[in-house]
Ligand binder design. Structure first.
Ligand code: SAH
Ligand code: SF4
Length: 436
């Protein structure tokens, strides 16, 4: 979602005369878009700011200006602290207020500014659409935020505090944005939300529309080839969405459905409001309509009071479900969340050791999963030039990266690929059949 927000900040600043640069030393304005989800991400902001300050001082010596803005969830949570600790910062803007960046920049003379309210107006109503050339330069696969915020209050998580209450964007706004992106060359959309499957946006008649109904509408946009969504919560996995994985060809067979732990005791302490068995049953239902669906999850190790037995339950769940890929995190204490106050915090070395064991198991399973692709012919959507000359990179329906030798003309198209080999981060293949 931060990647999406970064493009939208660039969009809102474009009419002011700003454009993106890859050379930070040339920047008149540096926007650090930050993440607060784990301590390490948040701490990184201050070390980055130190580096940017040096560049600002360099430019000042040459009579050039550099404004520094801190955006995102660290800005939201620690705005005043940022201004206090790093005097070079000119403004701080939270994730729900970045539409105000132009106005904030114009009125900067009055001194450092902080904007971290949750404003009444919807930021999306105030964001200029990107120029078609800009959309094209960002590639054929695009993110589109449809839902933000969260009311679930898992005891480890800062999102409900930094992103605010759960809200869904209206259908007409999403459709307009999607049509604009597709008209500018986008062929795949990944719909984003902290709880994207809790989506319930209102249509033109004021009726609530589910995620499955939204994907059905989006799939009708001519030129849009593929749809994905993330991140989902198990308790919001409605029947119509499961069914959509069988009936909607544009909806890709990939589901990122974080479970966090395989232990009921820990799931309860995390306030996830489901058991491990309920998750297993849910996956069985999804697989009954779409047996080939690729599954992925997030896991936290070392949540307060997690015993070796709890951890074993997580390992067992992973073996049982057979995820294609997953993300693993050491529990990170986040100030202000209930987890931070819990007794029996787990020592860092125990967390690290559990993380390593989990990673080892998952790496083996991911490799085995990718190996099953070898020898298969898969429709691959090609996105960009590959790492080496003549190579083109794309994705399988299961979100595996694929490299083939082929012409540039296949970028933006789906072509059949015979998968020949697995590498660490991607599959290798060759084009078969008709080349678009
Ligand atoms: N809404 C999604 C997750 C959003 S946060 C869901 O409910 O699953 C993305 C991931 O970051 C989470 O799934 C979790 O695994 C991880 N995460 C969140 N807070 C964390 C913390 N305090 N320590 C470690 N990992 C955390
Ligand atoms: Fe955080 Fe997701 Fe839980 Fe919401 S549902 S509190 S975003 S982990």
């Amino acid at each position: 979602m931060n990647a999406y927000d970064a493009t939208r900040m660039a969009d809102v600043l474009a009419p002011e005369g700003y454009d993106e640069t890859t050379d930070i030393a040339q920047a008149d304005l540096v926007v650090l878009n930050t993440c607060h989800i784990r301590e390490r991400a948040a701490e990184k902001v201050f070390s980055e700011l130190g580096k940017v300050r040096e560049l600002k001082e360099e430019r000042a010596k040459n009579g050039q200006e550099m404004k520094i803005a801190v955006a995102g969830c660290v800005a939201q949570a620690e705005g005043a602290e940022i201004i206090r600790r790093q005097k070079a910062v000119d403004l701080v803007v939270g994730p729900q207020s970045y539409h105000r960046l132009p106005e904030m920049l114009r009125t900067l003379e009055a001194g450092a500014r902080i904007e971290t309210d949750f404003p009444i107006e919807d930021k999306f109503d105030h964001l200029a659409p990107p120029k078609p050339e800009k959309v094209a330069s960002r590639g054929i696969s695009s993110f589109l935020t449809i839902q933000e915020g969260c009311d679930k209050f898992c005891t480890f998580c800062v999102v409900p505090y930094t992103r605010g209450a759960e809200t869904s964007r209206p259908i007409s706004k999403i459709m307009d944005e999607a049509r604009h992106l597709v008209a500018s060359g986008v062929r795949e959309l990944t719909l984003l939300g902290q709880n994207v499957n809790a989506f319930h946006g209102l249509d033109e008649n004021g009726h609530s529309v589910s995620l499955a109904a939204l994907t059905a509408r989006l799939a009708e946009i001519p030129g849009l080839l593929r749809l994905r969504y993330m991140t989902s919560h198990p308790n919001d996995m409605q029947d119509d969405l499961i069914e959509a994985h069988a009936s909607q060809p544009a909806l890709m067979p990939f589901l990122h459905l974080p479970v966090q732990s395989g232990s009921d005791r820990i799931l309860q302490a995390m306030n996830r409001k489901h058991t491990a068995q309920q998750y297993v049953d849910l996956i069985a239902r999804v697989r009954s309509v779409r047996p080939d669906i690729a599954l992925s999850s997030d896991f936290i190790v070392g949540f307060p009071d997690e015993t070796e037995e709890d951890f074993q339950a997580t390992l067992n769940l992973i073996k049982n479900i057979n995820f294609g890929s997953s993300y693993f995190f050491k529990y990170s204490i986040r100030p202000g969340t209930p987890g931070a106050e819990m007794e029996h915090q787990i020592p860092e070395d125990v967390k690290s050791e559990r993380l390593r064991r989990l990673q080892e198991l998952a790496d083996g399973m991911r490799y085995a999963y990718n190996e099953t692709a070898v020898g298969q012919v898969m429709p691959v959507l090609f996105e960009k030039k590959g790492r080496y000359p003549g190579q083109i990179a794309g994705k399988t329906p299961y979100l595996q990266a694929v490299q083939v030798d082929g012409p540039d003309s296949i970028i933006g198209c789906i072509a059949d690929v015979l998968i020949t080999e697995t590498r660490t981060n991607s599959l290798m293949g060759s084009l078969v059949g008709e080349i678009p």
